[in-house]
Design a binder for this molecule. Structure first.
Ligand code: ADP
Length: 441
């Protein structure tokens, strides 16, 4: 705002100076022309009229108000002046022959003098017109005073107006920063509560609150994740600690206790390692620059995974219905990871019928893979929750089966990072189907 006032003031001063300068030139020229005209008239009077026939009236009518007139001989002797009584000045001799205007002061008042030479049958010599400049200076002074007053007034008015306008603009920003400081001091849960007369600030408030909601949510998720992870780690660690104490007290001499406790501790350590690996997988930064991937033959991968499962679980029946040539740009390792997670779950949660069926097909705009089992199924209200980290329908059962509740969230994360999506359909005691979809470009 201060800059705006400065610019307005500067422009006004420049504009006024230019205006005053132009007016002064014009006014000065008017005065010079008036002096010139009188000089021309008197020149013609003295060139055409015998000197004795020239009356005071003739001279008077040739002159403007307050002009003075002096008549000289060729040698510069003064012969006549009008008004004749006014003896307060003398035209310097050397200036009489000067044809240009020149300034003169009489009783502290400014005049200009114009001299003209006369060579005629009636008179040879010079005339001098002494023209008053007082009127010119008075008008100029008035213009300067008026311009100064207007400048002062307009600067004051601009300052007052801009003070109010800037106040109107700055006040909401001030309130906004105050509230920001409050939020800063009082933490995540605080929100801005501000309505201003500036829509931009209101928009900032809404955006800020939205951003804070997102931040709070992700902060809480992280917190929850750390809490869950610590909780999950605590159980196997407590078991290991318990058995180490057992060995310490009795196991040193009792071989049976020693062996059993060592085996349990080794198993639990294996569980901890698996959990940590899964946690790392889940928190891996996926923002890294995406590699350009070559499409891989999905059916080929499914078959080799199914064959491996057949060898691992000979009591299970694995059937496949793999149609079309299905190619999709995904890292082979990641595709294998998701197949392992879903096939492992199918095996874990179907230990009665032990029948697992895998379908792959190409639909109009997507590739679809379905992994079905005839196992325990998932209760309807929990079907969507099983993708949450650490969520398990039956916690103790999952633990018995070596699960941490992270498999499905890892699989979902990988699928989504590769542009696909996954969902589950399930009926309790009838079985579960995992539906994986990848879009076709
Ligand atoms: P977990 O390591 O416990 O298997 P997951 O994230 O892989 O963890 O699965 C989460 C939960 O979803 C499991 O604990 C289980 O209750 C349920 N679940 C997953 N797959 C199946 C399935 N094929 N049949 C029935 N329940 C399943």
């Amino acid at each position: 705002m201060r800059l705006a006032i400065l610019i307005i003031t500067g422009s006004f001063i420049m504009f006024s100076t230019f205006l005053i300068y132009a007016t002064s030139i014009y006014l000065k020229d008017l005065q010079y022309r008036a002096a010139d005209r009188s000089a021309v008239e008197l020149h013609s009077l003295y060139s055409t009229t015998p000197i004795n026939a020239i009356t005071e009236r003739d001279i008077y009518t040739s002159l403007y108000d307050n002009q003075k007139f002096v008549l000289f001989t060729m040698s510069g002797e003064e012969v006549y002046r009008w008004p004749s009584k006014d003896q307060s000045y003398n035209v310097p001799r050397e200036q009489i022959i000067n044809p240009d205007f020149y300034p003169m002061e009489i009783n502290d008042k400014k005049y200009i003098v114009k001299t003209v030479m006369i060579e005629s049958e009636y008179w040879n010599g010079y005339i001098a017109i002494i023209h008053p400049m007082q009127e010119y200076y008075t008008i100029l002074q008035m213009i300067i005073i008026i311009a100064t007053i207007i400048a002062f007034m307009s600067i004051s008015v601009t300052s007052v107006i801009s003070y109010f306008i800037s106040g109107q603009m700055v006040r909401p920003i001030y309130r906004f920063t105050k509230q920001l400081q409050y939020v800063e001091n009082n933490g995540f849960s605080e929100r801005l509560d501000l309505r201003t007369n500036l829509s931009e600030i209101d928009y900032m408030v809404v955006s800020f609150n939205k951003m804070m909601d997102t931040l709070e949510e992700s902060f809480n998720q992280q917190k929850q994740f750390v809490e869950d992870a610590s909780h999950e780690l605590r159980t196997p660690l407590q078991i290991v600690q318990g058995h180490l104490n057992l060995i310490n007290r009795w196991g040193k001499n009792d071989k049976a206790v020693l062996e059993e406790s060592l085996q349990i501790s080794i198993d639990e350590m294996g569980r901890i390692t698996k959990l940590i690996e899964e946690l790392l997988e889940l928190t891996k930064n996926e923002n890294k620059q995406k590699l350009v991937l070559e499409p891989i033959d999905l059916n080929n991968e499914i078959l080799s995974r199914v064959n491996a499962m057949r060898q691992l679980h000979p009591s299970y029946t694995f059937t496949t219905d793999l149609k079309d040539d299905l190619y999709y740009a995904i890292s082979q390792h990641q595709f294998e990871q998701i197949l392992v997670i879903f096939l492992d779950n199918a095996v874990k949660y179907d230990n009665k019928n032990k029948s697992i069926h895998i379908v792959s097909k190409q639909m109009s705009n997507k590739i679809k893979i379905e992994i079905s089992d005839k196992g325990v199924g998932i209760p309807k209200e929990e079907v969507n929750k099983v993708f949450d980290r650490f969520y398990r329908v039956d916690k103790s059962r999952s633990r018995e089966l070596g699960g941490n509740g992270l498999g499905l969230s890892i699989a979902k994360k990988i699928i989504e990072a590769n542009g696909g999506n996954v969902y589950i359909t399930s009926k309790i005691n009838e079985g579960t189907t995992i539906h994986i979809e990848f879009p076709l470009k």
